[in-house]
Ligand binder design. Structure first.
Ligand SMILES: *Cc1c(COP(=O)(O)O)cnc(C)c1O
Length: 388
């Protein structure tokens, strides 16, 4: 039986054609006409003035933080419920991440806790270089409330929109709020170049600074002149061609992922199953559908569900392990964390790719129904404690 993946690439003939065209043009370098066009088309899609194509979403976050003025020794406040790349970008600069819990209503950065942390840092005389809001699993953070708070302290707000291309906040596309935002085109994201990222901003100086740093901070003179140390972070022209093929398919990919989410919601009505809430302030891109499994009500744990899916050739993943629980970040500050920890303990991401057929989705759903039915006949074998 064909294995069902969480979020595999979904490529078309147009991407292939553009890639071959780029190959034949011999613009095989981190410079070329597809990069310029991809940046232009991407900026238009988000409705921002500037976009800089980079080698990864992590690179976009790293340079976005530098452009925001983050320096060695600064605190960088971010959500604990995210992929490690969010915090890694701050650590590369020598800044110290501070992990703040999420709101149970959105699973994104809790604005009240951010306000508390900014007040505490101010009291201790600690400089906060930036706040990074994370648009988790395709759902935007609560930007109005976050901006109100960060503006009060004069701290730049940077968006990690890596998972949220095509989502919106009060009608504004994800990535269009804050000083700048980072996107990822990793293989599992809603559109992909096989690896790559984009930094977007309304601010020309931010975009120019990022572009300069991404090209080894080379001065525009014939000999190689460098006033500071830069990075080799530009996207390849070949990959930009693939990105240009993927970008026009974004609206349909969002529609399909949201439809997949609706099917799961309609079918998985067993007691003990609940879904990541969709916040009323925006529209998720449906990147990944995440459920919670309350073991006592459902009759089996999250890990039981995941193991059973695996035995049927179906990939699933626990919700991100919170960064305040990661050994790599054990010395970082935290504020709260119990909500994120609870989501990690019983949260599961289900196959949600835009190439998932209805038949394949039915396989996922019936596997979950099976385990519930089986558990109903063995009421004792439940609620094993999950050790962290
Ligand atoms: C994927 C992802 C990144 C990193 O993007 P890469 O392109 O893999 O470097 C950063 N933050 C979040 C939340 C992500 O999901």
């Amino acid at each position: 039986m064909k294995r069902i993946l969480l979020s595999p690439p979904d490529m078309g003939a147009n991407e292939r054609g553009l890639l071959l065209e780029a190959f034949d043009s011999n613009w095989i370098a981190p410079v070329g006409p597809h990069i310029d066009a991809f940046e232009r088309e991407f900026a238009e899609t988000i409705g921002v003035h500037h976009a800089v194509a980079l080698s990864s979403g992590t690179a976009a976050l790293h340079l976005g933080l530098i452009a925001a003025g983050v320096r060695r020794g600064d605190r960088v406040i971010t959500s604990t419920l995210t992929f490690a790349a969010t915090a890694n970008a701050a650590v590369y600069i020598g800044a110290q991440p501070v992990f703040v819990d999420v709101s149970p209503d959105t699973w994104t950065l809790d604005p009240d806790l951010v306000a508390e942390e900014l007040a505490a840092c101010a009291k201790r005389g600690q400089r906060v270089g930036a706040v990074i809001a994370v648009d988790l699993y395709g759902q935007c953070a609560d930007y109005d409330r976050l901006l109100q708070i960060t503006d009060r302290y004069g701290v730049p707000l940077v968006a990690d929109a890596a998972e949220a291309l095509g989502a919106s906040y009060r009608g504004i596309p994800a990535g269009g709020i804050g000083l700048c935002a980072a996107f990822s085109f990793n293989g599992n994201k809603i559109i992909t170049t096989g690896g790559g990222g984009m930094l977007v901003s309304y601010d020309r100086r931010v975009a120019e600074r990022v572009r300069h740093l991404a090209t080894q901070a080379r001065e525009p003179v014939a000999h190689y002149e460098h006033l500071e140390v830069g990075y080799n972070y530009r996207m390849s022209n070949l990959l930009a061609a693939v990105g240009r093929g993927q970008l026009p398919t974004l609206p349909s990919k969002v529609a399909i992922r949201r439809e997949i989410n609706q099917w799961y919601r309609a079918a998985l009505t067993q007691p003990g199953i609940s879904f990541m809430p969709e916040a009323s302030y925006g529209q998720s891109n449906g990147w990944l559908t995440c459920i919670r499994v309350a073991a006592d009500a459902f009759g089996a744990t999250r890990d039981d569900v995941s193991t059973h899916l695996e035995s049927r050739g179906i990939e699933s993943r626990p919700v991100w392990k919170p960064l305040h629980l990661q050994p790599a970040f054990r010395d970082c500050g935290t504020r709260g964390g119990s909500i994120a920890r609870a989501l990690f303990l019983d949260g599961l991401c289900l196959p949600s790719g835009s190439s998932l057929s209805l038949g394949d989705q039915c396989r996922v759903i019936s596997a979950i129904e099976d385990i519930h039915r089986r558990a109903a006949h063995q009421p004792v074998a439940v609620a094993r404690a999950v050790a962290v």
